[in-house]
Design a protein around this ligand. Structure first.
Ligand SMILES: [Zn+2]
Length: 285
C-alpha cells in the first residue's frame, strides 16, 4: 500500500477561509452593527437572552452607556439573514443557580427565541462566559450544537470541541487589523489549511469606547474578500464542519464516503474536489 494522501477540508465552494461574527446581549447598538455587516455581505450570530428583550437600561458603566435591548417583536426582521442564538433566558451565570434553574434558562430561552424567529435555534454563548461539564451536557440535551466561550486564540483554528468555541479575537484586540491582514492577505502557504476568522464582542462597546470605526474598518476591509472567503453564521460553520467530520474513509484512505446530506469539499496540492451527499469517491494517485 502506498502512503495515504492527506486531503484537507474546504468550505462550501472549495474555499479555504471562513469569517464569522458573534455579538451578545441583543442591545440596540446591534442595529448599527447589522447595517455595517449587511452592506458588506457579512454574516454573524447574535446571542439573545429572551426574557430581557425590550428592557431599557442605562445603568452600566456609571450610566454612561445605553445597554437597552431590542424589543422582542423586532427580533425576526432585524436579525433576518443572520443567526439568532441563545444566551440564557435571564443571562444568569449557569454554574451558580442550581441545575434546575440552569436547565430552565437554557431550554426556555431556546423555545422563546424559536417562537420569535420562527426558526430553529441551535447556537449558544455562555452568559459571562461561565460553564462547566454539566452545563455543556445540558446544552447538548437541549438541542444546542455549540457554545462560545470568552477567551480568544489569536489564531484561525477550527475548534475540536464546539461546546468550547473560542473566537480568534475580540474587536478591541489591538492587533485586530494585523490579524485580518494575515488572514486575508498573509502567507499563501498557510492558506492550504482551512482557516476561520471569528470575531466577537458586544455592540454597546462601540458606544462605550467611541470606536465604531474599528468595526467599520474591519468590515469594509473583510467585505472585499467575498470571492475567497465564506461569510457565514456560527451555526452554518458548525454544521458544515461537523458534517465534514462524518466522512467515512476506507482502511487505506483510497475511498471516501459522504454519509451526510451536505456537499463536502476537499483539497490537496493538486486540486479541489467535492463529494456529493451519499457519494463515494476514489482518490486517484
Ligand atoms: Zn452577555
Amino acid at each position: 500500500m502506498k502512503e495515504p494522501r492527506i486531503d484537507l477540508m474546504r468550505f462550501p465552494g472549495g474555499l479555504s477561509k471562513a469569517l464569522t461574527f458573534s455579538y451578545d446581549d441583543g442591545v440596540l447598538q446591534d442595529k448599527r452593527l447589522l447595517a455595517i455587516l449587511n452592506r458588506n455581505g457579512l454574516k454573524g450570530t447574535f446571542n439573545l437572552g429572551s426574557a430581557v428583550l425590550g428592557k431599557i437600561e442605562r445603568n452600566a458603566f456609571g450610566g454612561a452607556v445605553d445597554i437597552s435591548k431590542v424589543a422582542p417583536g423586532e427580533v425576526a426582521e432585524l436579525y433576518a439573514g443572520h443567526e439568532v442564538a441563545g444566551h440564557g433566558l435571564f443571562h444568569s451565570s449557569l454554574t451558580g443557580i442550581g441545575s434546575g434553574a440552569a436547565l430552565y434558562e437554557i431550554i426556555e430561552d431556546r423555545k422563546r427565541l424559536e417562537d420569535l424567529t420562527g426558526g430553529l435555534v441551535r447556537g449558544f454563548a455562555y452568559p459571562f462566559g461561565v460553564f462547566d461539564e454539566d452545563v455543556k451536557q445540558m446544552l447538548k440535551y437541549a438541542g444546542y450544537e455549540y457554545a462560545r466561550i470568552v477567551p480568544t486564540t489569536g489564531t484561525f483554528a477550527i475548534p475540536n470541541d464546539f461546546y468550547e468555541w473560542s473566537g480568534t479575537a475580540h474587536h478591541n484586540d489591538p492587533n485586530l487589523m494585523q490579524l485580518a491582514h494575515d488572514f486575508f492577505e498573509g502567507d499563501k502557504r498557510m492558506a492550504f489549511h482551512p482557516q476561520l476568522f471569528y470575531l466577537w464582542g458586544h455592540a454597546y462597546e462601540f458606544d462605550q469606547h467611541d470606536n465604531w470605526n474599528v468595526i467599520e474598518d474591519f468590515a469594509d476591509y473583510a467585505g472585499q474578500f467575498g470571492e475567497s472567503t465564506w461569510f457565514a453564521t456560527n451555526i452554518e460553520i458548525c454544521d458544515y464542519v461537523k458534517s465534514f467530520r462524518k466522512l467515512i474513509y476506507s482502511a487505506d484512505a483510497s475511498h471516501i464516503y459522504n454519509p451526510t446530506c451536505t456537499t463536502l469539499w476537499l483539497a490537496n496540492r493538486f486540486d479541489v474536489y467535492k463529494i456529493e451527499p451519499g457519494e463515494t469517491v476514489t482518490i486517484k494517485e
